[in-house]
Design a protein around this ligand. Structure first.
Ligand SMILES: *Cc1c(COP(=O)(O)O)cnc(C)c1O
Length: 387
């Protein structure tokens, strides 16, 4: 028996690995599965981005080790995208860092700032990597519940003063996964105040910043005054340009915080394949119509799922961002029980809300990365059941 390190044994089983197992078992039994589980775009990467990769892959310069912090051209493309999109000035040399996907940066940043026993504030429910990264660094995750009565924003005044003073780092994430909640600039201002008062590093995960519906445009944390003094923001090309398989993202903002993350990365990885960075430049600076197309596709799917469930008597709000529907569980069910029933009786995979943290109990998450004909089929199957 090979004994694993405590840091691994302390972790819950990675949520999606668990769901994947149940799904595979059902598929093996011949069930026709409709999978609303993992948020992984089913739409292809736009062609002009693939062409840029193809061209750059043929240049031997790109076959060698990339630079640790990412090529300056990519970081310049990020800076000009930020300026165009958010009207924020970033110094591409010091205020932008290339990542092997946002997950990589999120997982590594606690290693740069958390000492054994330090507290990190994480959202509950939340993307599982916040907890994992903090735990791996020897830190103690302290959850901030995201509740409906607070519009799914953490109530910073409710954080125990002693905890706040001891906290070293805070993760926030808007547009939010799994809730598809939004944050306005007033909230970000409060976060900056809190961070200054308590000397906390803010890590805002803005992976879904480009997915807003019905005219809603998500904000960058860096838009509010003082944000760059206390924090950084993670972005990803994964969800915006259907590039989850490519592995490229970026962290932007405070140069000292980025330098800390950079030192960890220099010692652990060797950067992103140069040809993928060229493809990333094309994604950020080339035609942007694919974003509008994505938004239109997800919006149509969102409407079919939400309106379909509501016609069956459920009570599901329409999300205005991201590609998740956060579905309140009908009475008499728990999150886990509902997911189990949906899988067993309907061949439908959705994710139990409590898998993202205990405040997610009472909800399940559906990712809209499923073709609309399959969503219609899912509604039909759910309609044939009594809940
Ligand atoms: C998908 C996702 C990520 C990871 O993005 P990558 O760039 O593919 O690593 C990070 N944060 C949240 C909230 C996500 O949903």
């Amino acid at each position: 028996m090979i004994k694993k390190a405590e840091r691994i044994e302390k972790l819950p089983v990675y949520l999606f690995a668990q769901i994947d197992k149940a799904k595979r078992e059902a598929i093996a039994k011949g069930v026709d599965i409709i999978d609303f589980g993992v948020g992984d775009p089913d739409l292809p990467t736009p062609n002009h981005i693939i062409e840029a990769l193809y061209k750059a892959a043929q240049d031997p310069k790109n076959h060698r080790y990339p630079t640790y912090e990412g090529m300056l051209k990519f970081r310049e493309a990020v800076a000009s995208w930020y300026k165009k999109r958010f009207h924020i000035e970033l110094n591409p040399e010091r205020e932008v860092l290339t990542l092997i996907g946002a997950k990589e940066g999120i997982g590594h940043i606690p290693l740069a700032f958390i000492n054994e026993g330090d507290i990190a504030l994480i959202p509950d429910p939340g993307y599982p990597v916040y907890r994992a990264g903090v735990t791996f660094a020897g830190g103690i995750p302290h959850t901030m519940p995201l509740l409906k009565e607070n519009n799914f924003l953490p109530d910073l005044d409710k954080i125990d003063r002693k905890i706040a003073k001891k906290a070293k780092l805070m993760f926030i994430n808007y547009p939010n996964n799994p809730i598809s909640a939004v944050a306005d600039k007033d909230f970000f201002k409060k976060v900056v105040e809190f961070a200054k008062e308590n000397n906390v590093i803010v890590c805002h995960d803005a992976t879904y910043s480009e997915l807003g519906y019905d005219g809603y445009q998500p904000h960058s944390f860096l838009e509010v005054e003082g944000a760059k003094e206390v924090g950084i923001e993670f972005h990803s090309l994964s969800k915006t340009y259907n590039m989850t398989g490519w592995r490229i993202g970026m962290a932007c903002g405070n140069s000292d915080i980025l330098a800390g993350l950079g030192s960890i990365k220099t010692n652990i990885d060797s950067g992103v394949f140069g040809a993928i960075q060229y493809a990333g430049i094309e994604a950020l600076t080339g035609p942007q119509d694919c974003i509008a197309q994505n938004v239109a596709t997800y919006k149509e799917r969102r409407n079919i799922l939400v309106n379909g469930l509501n016609k069956l008597g459920w009570d599901v709000p329409l999300p205005k961002v991201a590609f998740y529907v956060w579905i309140p569980v009908p009475e008499k069910y728990t999150s886990a029980k509902l997911c189990e029933t949906l899988l067993e009786k309907c061949g439908i995979v959705m994710t139990p809300g409590n898998g993202f943290g205990k405040s997610g109990e009472g909800y399940i998450r559906a990712a809209l990365t499923v073709d609309k004909s399959r969503i219609e089929e899912a509604i039909k199957r759910i309609g044939s059941l009594k809940f």
